[in-house]
Design a protein around this ligand. Structure first.
Ligand SMILES: [Ca+2]
Ligand SMILES: [Ca+2]
Length: 242
């Protein structure tokens, strides 16, 4: 498929605060897994197609709002359209790097154990490490591969620490939902000719200009928890030290 194969692992750390925070930062391992099996998309043609998940953009930040997008507002032109329409998070990762309140930005596109960079096919997962201090939050976004402009993201920033400053641990999938970037008219998932795996060019499709919203159209989509799992695991020393 033509979906994102480009970038190697990108980690754009904001250097200024780096030295000062090194001692008190907690390391976390983040896993994003495509837990679907076989071909779970049932098409109107009677055929089926696999659920595919694109590379993951992640942001550690201090503000209380998701810095990747604003619900109800149209795409800000920083690269969300490219993430949602092609799966490539590189442009948005670069743009977010200099935004206020951003601690660290990265993208992961190498499935665990895979030889090549690319999207997650059924059964594959990405794993990457972040570090954060109490009060800092995590936001993520990645394309629903078999779509025109749909992406998964957290509705609100994901807390990395409890109110008492203890690192969180476990599955956070319930905080993730499917959004429509409002930049391209939706076609049937898994079938549309202008969707990630099938489109002739990165821009193929009918443009739209809508506010970013939870996907709401005439098609059906798998329940997020049936196809994806996002897990946060703090480093062992962080657990024992607190
Ligand atoms: Ca759309
Ligand atoms: Ca398209």
């Amino acid at each position: 498929m033509s979906l994102i194969r480009s970038s190697a692992l990108i980690v754009l750390a904001v250097a200024s605060a780096r030295g000062a925070r090194a001692q008190e930062a907690t390391r976390f391992t983040i896993r994003v897994e495509n837990i679907s099996r076989g071909e779970v998309l049932k098409l109107s043609t009677g055929k089926t197609a696999p659920f595919v998940s694109a590379p993951v953009l992640w942001v550690v930040h201090s503000g209380n709002t998701n810095p990747i997008f604003t619900a109800g507002q149209p795409d800000a032109g920083l690269g969300l359209e490219q993430l949602a329409e092609t799966g490539n998070p590189s442009r948005l990762a670069g743009a977010l790097r200099t935004r206020p309140g951003i601690v660290q930005v990265g993208a992961e596109d190498l499935p665990t154990g895979a030889a090549a960079h690319g999207p997650l096919t059924p059964g594959q997962g990405y794993e990457f490490e972040i570090s954060a201090r109490p009060g800092e939050l995590l936001s993520t976004a990645w394309m629903f591969g078999q779509s025109n402009d749909l992406f998964y993201s957290n509705d609100r920033p994901i807390a990395l620490f409890s109110a008492e400053g203890k690192p969180v641990s476990g599955a956070m999938t319930t905080q993730i939902s499917l959004w429509d970037a409002g930049t391209e008219v939706n076609e049937e998932p898994g079938l549309g000719p202008n969707q990630g795996p099938r489109q002739a060019t990165p821009d193929a499709g009918v443009a739209e200009q809508e506010g970013i919203a939870h996907v709401h159209d005439r098609f059906s989509y798998p329940r997020t928890a049936d196809v994806l799992r996002l897990t946060i695991t703090p480093a062992a020393d962080a657990m024992s030290a607190r």
